[in-house]
Design a protein around this ligand. Structure first.
Ligand SMILES: NC(=O)c1ccc[n+]([C@@H]2O[C@H](COP(=O)([O-])OP(=O)(O)OC[C@H]3O[C@@H](n4cnc5c(N)ncnc54)[C@H](OP(=O)(O)O)[C@@H]3O)[C@@H](O)[C@H]2O)c1
Length: 314
C-alpha cells in the first residue's frame, strides 16, 4: 500500500509518495476500496496550500483527495449493501486527513455508490464531488422547475459542466458564462445562451433569472441578487465569512442566497449514477494523468481554466 502526503503547506512540490506499512482494514459500516482512479478538484490543492489551515491545523500530515473510484477489497462488519469485487465510486469528507490519493481508502457505505456499467472508472472518478455540488445546488437548494431561467457562471469547469447537464435534465433554460474558447463546449452540454465573460455582462439591467449559480465567484452580490426574480436563489460555492453571514441572514424580498459546501452523499450519487447509466450525464474529462504526474495535474488545475475534469489514473 502507498499514499501521497504532505507535511507542510505549499504548492504541488510538497507532495511525496510514501509506502504504508500498517495495512488498512475497514471499520463497521465501511468498505476498503482499492483505488483505480482519483478525480482532481481545486479543493485538493487549496487545502495543501493551507487556505483552510484554521480548519486543518498548522502542522499538516494529510493525504489529499476526495474523489475516488475502484474495487471493493473488503467489507467491514454490518455491511450488507456492498460486497467484495464491486466497482464503486464516492467522495470522502472534505476535511478528512486520509484522502483518496492512495492505493486504498476506507469509505463509509452511505458515501459511495456502484459505478454504472455504462461508464469507465476514470469517468466515475471525475464525478462525485463536482456532480454532487451541482446536484445539491440545483435540486436541493434551487428546486429548479422545467422552464426555469438558470444562469451558470464558470460553466465550463468541473462543477459547471455537470451543472449545465443537470439543469438541462431538469428542463431549465440555461445561460452559461465561460471564456469564448468554451462557448461551443457549453452549448454541447445544454446551454441555450452561451456567453463569453470578456464580451458580455450576464447581469446587465433587464436580465432576470430564477436561479443563478456563481461557481466562479466573480459576480457582485448585489448585482446578482437584483437579477433574480421573486423567490429566485443565488448560490455560491466560494466559502468565506461574508458569504456565510449572507446565507444565514433572512431577506425581506423573498429572494434567497445560499453558500453550498458539498458533502458526501451516496443517495444522491446514486441518482447521478442513474443519469450516467441512461446516457443523460457525461463526465467531460479534459485529461487523464498517470498518478505519478499528480504535480502536472495540480499545476493545470491551479491555472483555473480546466475544461471539465482532470483525473489521475492509478
Ligand atoms: N463549496 C463547495 O462545496 C465547492 C465544491 C466544488 C468546487 N468549489 C469551488 O468552486 C470553484 C470551481 O470549481 P471547479 O471544480 O468547477 O473548478 P475548475 O474545474 O478549475 O473550473 C474553473 C472554471 O472557471 C472558469 N473561469 C475562470 N475565470 C472565469 C471568469 N472570470 N468568469 C467565469 N468563469 C471563469 C474557467 O472557464 P474558462 O476556461 O472558460 O475561463 C474554468 O472552466 C473552485 O473555486 C472550487 O474550489 C466549491
Amino acid at each position: 500500500m502507498w499514499k501521497y502526503r504532505y507535511q507542510q503547506y505549499g504548492g504541488p512540490d510538497v507532495l511525496e509518495r510514501v509506502e504504508v506499512t500498517d495495512a488498512l482494514s475497514p471499520q463497521a459500516g465501511e468498505v476498503l476500496v482499492r483505488v483505480q482512479a482519483v478525480g482532481v478538484n481545486p479543493i485538493d490543492w487549496k487545502l495543501a496550500r493551507g487556505d483552510y489551515r484554521l480548519l486543518t491545523g498548522f502542522r499538516p500530515d494529510r493525504t489529499p483527495g476526495s474523489d475516488f473510484a475502484g474495487i471493493i477489497e473488503q467489507v467491514g462488519a454490518g455491511v450488507q449493501r456492498f460486497s467484495e469485487g464491486q466497482r464503486v465510486f464516492g467522495m470522502l469528507p472534505l476535511l478528512r486527513s486520509a484522502g483518496s490519493y492512495a492505493s486504498h481508502v476506507c469509505a463509509r457505505v452511505e458515501h459511495i455508490a456502484l459505478v454504472p456499467d455504462a461508464i469507465s472508472i476514470t469517468d466515475a472518478a471525475a464525478m462525485p464531488l463536482a456532480a454532487l455540488t451541482a446536484f445539491r445546488a440545483l435540486f436541493l437548494h434551487g428546486r429548479i422547475a422545467p422552464g426555469a431561467d438558470v444562469l451558470i457562471n464558470g460553466a465550463s469547469g468541473g462543477v459547471g459542466s455537470f451543472a449545465l447537464q443537470l439543469a438541462d435534465i431538469g428542463r431549465a433554460r440555461v445561460s452559461s458564462v465561460s471564456s469564448e474558447r468554451n462557448r461551443t463546449f457549453c452549448r454541447e452540454l445544454g446551454a441555450v445562451h452561451a456567453l463569453d465573460y470578456a464580451a458580455h455582462d450576464p447581469l446587465q439591467e433587464g436580465s432576470l433569472y430564477d436561479f443563478i449559480f456563481d461557481i466562479a465567484g466573480t459576480f457582485r452580490y448585489k448585482r446578482a441578487i437584483d437579477c433574480l426574480r421573486n423567490h429566485g436563489i443565488l448560490v455560491t460555492v466560494q466559502p468565506g465569512i461574508v458569504a456565510l453571514l449572507r446565507s444565514v441572514m433572512p431577506r425581506r424580498d423573498g429572494k434567497r442566497y445560499h453558500l453550498e459546501i458539498v458533502r458526501p452523499d451516496g443517495r444522491r450519487l446514486n441518482r447521478i449514477a442513474e443519469h450516467a447509466q441512461a446516457g443523460r450525464l457525461k463526465a467531460p474529462v479534459e485529461h487523464v494523468y498517470p498518478m505519478d504526474q499528480v504535480e502536472q495535474a495540480w499545476r493545470r488545475s491551479m491555472g483555473g481554466h480546466v475544461q471539465g475534469k482532470l483525473v489521475l489514473l492509478v
